[in-house]
Ligand binder design. Structure first.
Ligand SMILES: N[C@@H](CCC[C@H](N)C(=O)O)C(=O)O
Length: 287
C-alpha cells in the first residue's frame, strides 16, 4: 500500500497525519499502521498517527493513535497541527472552526494566512475533575487534589485531571531531578488508573510560569503534551500555585505553550505547529 502522509509536530511532539478527506483506510489496519509508521527503523518515526477526517458534527475530525497502536481520545499538540493543516489545505472556510475529537468538539482559531499558519489557539473546553470520570479508582464524586500516591517506595503526591484523556500531575522542586524515566512507565499502567494515565512532572517557577516533562500513555517520553500542559495548569490552580483567568507559560522540552483556565471554566491553549515533510509511506501490512 502507498499511503500519502504529512509529518507535523507541535513543539517536537510529532505525528504522521493522514488526510482522509482524500482516501480511506480500513479500520482494522489503523492500529498496526500506527505502530509501523511511528517506528523510526521500519517506518517514518513519530509519537503516533493522526487521522484528519470529514465530520458530520464539526468542520473537521481528528483521531489519534499512540506509538503502541492504542487510541487516545484527545491530543492538544495534534489539534493545533490539524488546525494548521485544515486551514492551509482549504478544508475549512473561516479562521475559526470546530474540530471533532473522541472527547467531544473543540474550537480552533487561526493566526496567519492560507500560505502559512503561524499560531493556533484552541478552546479545549472544561477540564473533567470528578474522579470516576478521569477515571481514577476511589470515591466517585471526589476530586483528586494533592492526594498521597505511594509507588515503588516513592511517597508522591498526585493531582489528577482529564482533558478528555487522563493526566496524573506531580509537582516537584527541580524538574531536572524528576523521576520521569524511572516512574513514568510504572505510573502510566498503575491499576489505580483503569484506563492508564499520562504522567506529568511539573516545577512551578512562579504563578505565571512552570516547567513540564511528560511520560505519555502509549508513547513514552515525548517533547511535550498539549492536553498535559492544560491539565498541569488546571492542577496548579487547584493547588493554589496560579490563578484562574491568567495566561500561564508552560515550558515543555520542545518549547513553550500558553494556557489559560478562564473564569467561565474553559481551558485555552495557544501555541505553534510545524510541518516537516510530506510523502508516501510504502507499507506492507503483513510484514
Ligand atoms: N501528545 C498528546 C496526547 C496524546 C494522547 C495521549 N498519549 C493519551 O493516550 O491520552 C497531546 O499533545 O495532548
Amino acid at each position: 500500500m502507498n499511503i500519502p502522509f504529512t509529518k507535523m509536530h507541535g513543539l517536537g511532539n510529532s505525528y504522521i497525519f493522514l488526510d482522509l478527506f482524500k482516501y480511506q483506510i480500513e479500520e482494522e489496519l489503523l492500529a498496526p499502521l500506527a505502530i509501523d509508521i511511528a517506528n523510526k527503523d521500519i517506518g517514518i518515526g513519530s509519537d503516533g498517527l493522526i487521522l484528519i477526517h470529514p465530520s458530520i458534527q464539526a468542520d473537521v475530525g481528528m483521531r489519534i493513535f499512540n506509538k503502541d497502536g492504542s487510541e487516545g481520545k484527545n491530543c492538544g499538540n495534534g489539534l493545533r497541527c490539524v488546525a494548521k493543516y485544515a486551514y492551509e489545505n482549504n478544508l475549512v472556510e473561516s479562521k475559526t472552526f470546530s474540530i471533532e475529537t473522541k472527547a467531544g468538539n473543540v474550537t480552533a482559531e487561526i493566526r496567519g494566512d492560507r500560505a502559512f499558519v503561524e499560531e493556533v489557539t484552541v478552546d479545549m473546553g472544561e477540564p473533567i475533575l470528578k474522579r470516576n470520570l478521569i477515571p481514577m479508582e476511589g470515591n466517585a464524586d471526589e476530586q483528586v487534589i494533592a492526594e498521597s500516591f505511594e509507588i515503588s517506595h516513592h511517597p508522591l503526591v498526585v493531582t489528577a485531571v482529564s482533558m478528555g484523556n487522563p493526566h496524573a500531575i506531580f509537582f516537584v522542586e527541580d524538574i531536572a531531578e524528576a523521576p520521569l524515566t524511572e516512574l513514568g512507565p510504572i505510573i502510566t499502567v498503575d491499576q489505580r488508573f483503569p484506563e492508564g494515565v499520562n504522567v506529568e512532572f511539573v516545577e512551578i517557577v512562579s504563578d505565571k510560569e512552570m516547567h513540564f516533562r511528560v511520560w505519555e500513555r502509549g508513547s513514552g517520553i515525548t517533547q511535550g503534551c498539549g492536553t498535559g500542559a492544560c491539565a498541569a495548569v488546571v492542577a496548579s490552580i487547584l493547588n493554589g500555585f496560579a490563578n484562574k483567568g491568567e495566561e500561564i507559560c508552560v515550558h515543555l522540552s520542545g518549547g513553550d505553550l500558553f494556557i489559560t483556565w478562564a473564569n467561565d471554566g474553559h481551558v485555552w491553549m495557544r501555541g505553534n505547529a510545524s510541518t516537516t515533510v510530506s510523502g508516501e509511506f510504502y507499507w506492507n501490512p503483513k510484514s
